[in-house]
Ligand binder design. Structure first.
Ligand code: SF4
Length: 226
């Protein structure tokens, strides 16, 4: 067989490769590169949120980041601008990251859901399940050294638990087969409503920073994707 052989997939009405026969949607997404993954997400209709979104909010940042920040879902500002954490909550996330020496463009930021739930309601479990392959592929491609799960929804989805966030924060969890260290903290939107909890969020950020510092650095990473 030709070493350069690649399977030829059917092209659907959107001009994008359709899921080839005999392979699940999850497996199909799990083999995509960044370009295909972005295109697939941008035209996704796997759950009903496609009908009400302005646009898909895929994720933003350094694709070789050591830090991966994962939130809940786009809000109104994110839906309008196409970027996660750009509203009031985002304006608090940025200084939180800066407090531990991270500029926003040095991390990668994504959400459990890529489309905005109407009225900012919580993601339905079925929606999170449908969207999960995109996030899992992003995690595999980025290979972050640490994940910061921001807010209850992100933490419970990533850790597949119903445990309250107060019991999830304050310790180091691990995500996936690669056992990526995962630290839980409060969502900036919650901190805006409950500023007294900022001290706990600061403790969480320092825990994450300490956890990363305890591991040996990867010399192959670039600080900012070009
Ligand atoms: S939320 Fe995720 S699964 Fe649902 S339509 Fe958007 S990209 Fe697809």
């Amino acid at each position: 067989m030709d070493d350069n052989w690649e399977p030829v997939f059917d092209i659907d009405a959107t001009g994008l490769p359709a899921v080839p026969p005999g392979i699940s949607r999850e497996a199909h997404i799990a083999q995509m590169d960044w370009e295909k993954l972005t295109a697939e997400a941008r035209q996704c209709t796997a759950c009903e949120l496609c009908a009400t979104r302005t646009q898909v909010v895929f994720g933003v940042g350094n694709r070789q980041a050591e830090w991966l920040v994962i939130g809940e879902a786009p809000g109104a500002d994110e839906d309008r601008q196409g970027e996660p954490f750009v509203g009031r909550a985002g304006q608090l996330l940025n200084p939180m990251l800066l407090a531990i020496g991270l500029q926003r463009e040095h991390v990668y930021i994504a959400n459990i859901l890529k489309c905005r739930p109407p009225e900012n309601r919580e993601p339905a479990p079925a929606e999170a399940m449908k969207c999960r392959p995109f996030l899992e592929r992003q995690i595999t491609l980025i290979q972050p050294r640490i994940i910061l799960a921001v807010g209850r929804i992100a933490a419970q989805n990533l850790l597949e638990t119903n445990t309250p966030i107060g019991k999830l924060r304050g310790r180091v969890h691990h995500f996936g087969p690669a056992r990526i260290p995962l630290v839980v903290t409060y969502h900036p939107a919650y901190l805006l409503r409950s500023p007294r909890e900022k001290r706990k969020a600061w403790d969480d950020l320092r825990l994450a920073r300490r956890t990363l510092a305890a591991e040996s650095p990867d010399p192959t990473r670039r600080p900012v994707d070009s």
